[in-house]
Design a binder for this molecule. Structure first.
Ligand code: RM4
Ligand code: MN
Length: 520
């Protein structure tokens, strides 16, 4: 099936005429090579400022690129073209081009909206007929609109208390982490934002970091405040018994809002490691008071379009009490703060056996579900790939999201990943995780809501359960392949990434410097 691709390059402004001239007479062997390599309907457009836009339709871009690379004429042509371009950093133009994700394609949009245009008038007039979308078509529309946010820290080295394993090609700084996140977006098409963690992603100019992201087709998403790694936080951060430590922690939260202003981020995500290890260690109620004071001061600093997302976790690193241990505590603080304070459900932060989908349903109903930190756990929180441990639980969660309208933009639910990759390759692990969320979403979108409601009304327990299981047992991979192809993407992002050479390229390019890690 044909896929569409668009890329940009920059031609030196003083060489535009010559570049145009060269393309009036491209060597016949080069033309034939492109044709034979499957570069169907290939065009180049050149702006007066040097912006070169390429558009190509082909069955499989990495394959078509590899076929060109294998020709001798391509090497000669690329060598002649290289001097025409800026920003190639020593690469040939075909290696240095920047692929842009497709954001709109009319035929696809028409199909998703189930809008057909028919010429059924006797006088030949064209009229549009609207038909109700089928469940399948609605699901396609929902999947095309879904957005999943990637965590910058997934691209750095991580580990356990026992060992952080390094791997070749790991980013050395926030700039390289964002480049990797952009790569995940390039192959999945649904991950256009990346969350940052401060100070892990500290840079001197956050507006510049935002531009760096935009240049690669992505944006900075949630800003995560880190008040759990400074020595001062031994007894907690905003709940610490020492007012000086509390002031330091609050100052960091406010700094993070400055970062949001510079990056244009909507969400400040707060997770506190605060708590106690021993009965009697501190006053539980006083700690709640200190927490609410810091939250109120931070909330007051937010702009009108900014939100505070408050996470909870039942235990670890504190073992007797955590100051925000559960959704109820987070919910109570968010209610007291106001509309723009919302609860985040980190799927790894519950006791085994907790019914997370019920929490999701309750929060959505109350308009307080700010978003998810997706990951998997088997025993305790361990940030494994979302959907790896219990794909059925992920489906049940997404079913409540769909049923509660949480996929609609207006509800503002952020679908974020919060993961670390200790032993597996990081970029494909993120791609796999995005796909796992998409698959669970697809199944949730396929639930026959009418049949379910009928069975529930009629008290038919088995029929109701069967409706859910039918959707869960559907193989949605062909449907997702269809969604990707309709968006000009490769149907199999894992294979496309593996064939892209990016993984080998970062190993070669990223030598010297210190690899980024989680700083534990
Ligand atoms: C915490 C929490 C936060 C994340 C850090 C890395 O357990 O889940 O969301 O920022 O880990
Ligand atoms: Mn989290």
């Amino acid at each position: 099936m044909t896929t569409r691709h668009c890329f940009v390059l920059r031609v030196r402004p003083n060489r535009l005429a010559e570049y145009t001239e060269r393309h009036r007479a491209v060597w016949p062997e080069m033309l034939a090579a492109l044709r034979d390599a499957g570069w169907d309907s290939y065009s180049l457009f050149l702006g007066a400022d040097g912006l070169l836009v390429g558009h190509v339709e082909t069955d499989d871009l990495p394959v078509a690129q590899a076929a060109m690379e294998a020709t001798e004429v391509n090497a000669r042509w690329q060598a002649e073209m290289a001097p025409f371009f800026t920003d190639l950093d020593g690469r040939t133009p075909d290696a240095g081009l920047l692929l842009l994700p497709e954001v709109f394609h009319l035929p696809t949009a028409l199909a998703a909206a189930a809008l057909t245009t028919t010429t059924n008038r006797s006088n030949g007039d064209t009229v549009s007929t609207e038909i109700l979308p089928t469940r399948h078509e609605r699901a396609l529309g929902g999947l095309r609109a879904q957005r999943i946010e990637l965590p910058s820290w997934a691209f750095g080295n991580a580990g356990t208390r026992f060992k952080v394993f390094t791997s070749p090609g790991t980013p050395r700084d926030p700039w390289e982490k964002i480049a990797d996140a952009a790569t995940v977006h390039r192959f999945t098409g649904v991950a256009p934002t990346v969350s940052v963690h401060i100070p892990w992603d500290r840079v001197s100019d956050y507006a510049e970091l935002a531009r760096h992201a935009a240049d690669r087709g992505v944006q900075i998403g949630a800003v995560n405040a880190n008040v759990f790694q400074d020595d001062a936080y031994r007894l907690g951060s905003v709940c610490n018994p020492d007012p000086a430590v509390r002031a330091k922690a609050l100052a960091h939260l406010l700094d993070c809002v400055d970062v949001m202003d510079a990056t244009g981020s909507r969400d400040l995500k707060l997770w506190f490691a605060d708590g106690t290890n021993y009965p009697g260690q501190d006053n539980i109620r006083a700690r709640q008071d200190r927490l609410s004071e810091a939250l109120a001061a931070t909330y007051a600093r937010l702009g009108p379009d900014q939100r505070m997302l408050l996470e909870y976790k039942l235990f670890e690193p504190s073992f007797y009490t955590m100051d925000v241990p559960d959704w109820g505590t987070s919910f109570a603080h968010c209610l007291a703060l106001g509309e723009r304070a919302q609860v985040v459900v980190d799927t790894g932060h519950h006791a085994p056996g907790t019914n997370i989908e019920m929490i999701v349903a309750i929060l959505l109903r109350a308009g307080k579900l700010g978003g998810f930190d997706f990951n998997s756990r088997f025993y305790a929180d361990d940030d494994l790939m979302v959907g790896a441990a219990d794909p059925f639980q992920l489906f049940r969660i997404l079913h409540e999201v769909v049923a509660g309208g949480g996929l609609d933009d207006a509800t503002g639910v952020a679908f974020m990943l919060d993961q670390c990759h200790n032993i597996e390759e990081k970029i494909p692990a993120q791609i796999r995780s995005v796909m796992n969320v998409q698959e669970a979403t697809a199944k949730a979108l396929l639930v026959d809501a009418t049949a379910l409601a009928d069975a529930q009304r009629g008290g038919d327990v088995l029929a109701a359960n069967a409706v859910l299981m039918d959707a869960y047992n559907t193989d949605v991979r062909p449907m997702l392949a269809e969604v990707r192809e309709s968006q000009g993407l490769h149907p199999d992002p894992m294979a496309a990434y593996a064939a892209s050479g990016y993984s080998e390229q970062i190993v070669v390019n990223r030598v010297g410097g210190d690899q980024a890690g989680w700083g534990a």
